[in-house]
Design a protein around this ligand. Sequence first.
Ligand code: FMN
Length: 179
Amino acid sequence: MNIMVIAAHPDLHQSRASKALIRELNKHADIHIRDLYLEHPTWQIDVKKEQRMLLQHDRIVFQFPFYWFSCPPLLKKWFDDVLTFGWAYGPGGEKLLGKEFMIATTTGGTEACYRSGGENTYTISEFLRSIERTLTKCNGTFLPAFVVYRVTQATDADLANAAEKYAEFIKAPREVLIH
Ligand SMILES: Cc1cc2nc3c(=O)[nH]c(=O)nc-3n(C[C@H](O)[C@H](O)[C@H](O)COP(=O)(O)O)c2cc1C
């Protein structure tokens, strides 16, 4: 399975959590990791190139820090620009049929605050619904998300441990993730 991870952190240099996740993935030669912000300093996205890369991979993971209950803005722009009518959706837009998509995110909030009755009322999956529907409208399969909670309080060892689980998770067959 060809896996591409599109990491969208506005300031990866200052990151602890995303950096730890990427550090672990770098040990896996079969995972193609990209830094969306580094590749697009002017926010001009080469749509044809991105679409070509999507076609070359079976599973695409969008990795980002959870910002205001959503993804950072360049990733939203990437969705807006790359998932075009007639290519990703609409008449003849079936190029992503059979592709698997996954979100990997890190939060400041605890797991307990992401639930009904908790501080943030909703689960991460509920907050991710607009991205889920975007990708299923584009004929993709949306897999369960990988979430690392409360990273702001995590030790380096906690993050390294989470990162090992992350690498395992994103390589797991669909049947293992959906049951
Ligand atoms: C602009 C901004 C918005 C944020 N919004 C949220 C949020 O909605 N929910 C949450 O749990 N954490 C939120 N956080 C905390 C980040 O998710 C957390 O700092 C990040 O996952 C840490 O990862 P890093 O070490 O890779 O930067 C926010 C942080 C920033 C800077």
